[in-house]
Design a protein around this ligand. Sequence first.
Ligand SMILES: NC(=O)c1ccc[n+]([C@@H]2O[C@H](COP(=O)([O-])OP(=O)(O)OC[C@H]3O[C@@H](n4cnc5c(N)ncnc54)[C@H](O)[C@@H]3O)[C@@H](O)[C@H]2O)c1
Length: 267
Amino acid sequence: MTTQTIAQLFDLTGKGAIVTGAAMGIGQAIASRLAEAGAGVMITDINPEAASQTVEQIMARGGKARAIHADATSADDANKAVEATVESFGRLDILVNNAGIYPFSPILEISEEMWNKVLDINLKGVYSYSQAAAREMVRAGHGGKIVNIASMEGLHPREQLAAYVASKGGMIMLTKAMALELATHNILINAIAPGGVWTPGTEALARQTEASGIPLEGAMDTYMARVPLGRFAEPDDVAKVVLFLASAAADYMTGSVLLVDGGFQLS
Ligand SMILES: NC(=O)c1ccc[n+]([C@@H]2O[C@H](COP(=O)([O-])OP(=O)(O)OC[C@H]3O[C@@H](n4cnc5c(N)ncnc54)[C@H](O)[C@@H]3O)[C@@H](O)[C@H]2O)c1
């Protein structure tokens, strides 16, 4: 019988974490929550200005954070991010694969370039960063937690998102394959499948939709009619579940996929 208190379960003091694509949106909220719980957080992103602002915000609240320019598509950058995390915070315990893109296009019009870009960031990046992080966790011998930000569209397809659907479906199976293989090293790997979250990315998409002549209100109403909780998620709705999976409260979970979709799959 464990004697850890609830506060101890969620205390990440002394832990080192990487959050990819954490300069804004869901990644930013995840980095903030992990830092609030005491972890030192390495923010990896390709937008250095926004990444610095996120670091400043976290530090202003007393958290520990640093940023490194690291592309999710680069295995070299993954290794650099791991090295920088160990150098800055002493160790690497948590990786959150969050960086991702979701361009809309009918299947008949997806270019090879777009296909490759989506798969490179959303799927290959998860392999590169997870492998680099897991190698360090195995070397250090202390295990760790990897949380992959998938999507409800990785479980159920949606029109105009074939490359994204394929990438997130692949991410979910990669989560399970890695969880199976790395369990003996006490590296626990789980995925979260969010529904619609209001972020700079979805806001930009909404603006594009409007600009292409499709009335935004109608599209939003159609989506919202299928969300029993009646609202978009906020980035923090996802971040709180990441905190749970990264914490000792989830020490017997690996290979799971948690839906954070406001009940969308029920409708
Ligand atoms: N917003 C949603 O509705 C939603 C729903 C389900 C899943 N998701 C997933 O959540 C994740 C974050 O989505 P978001 O809406 O917060 O996105 P966002 O566009 O608001 O922010 C994405 C961040 O990732 C960074 N980024 C983009 N390409 C990168 C690259 N190659 N390397 C490193 N960083 C890169 C951007 O600079 C930005 O800081 C994505 O994986 C997305 O698929 C989002």
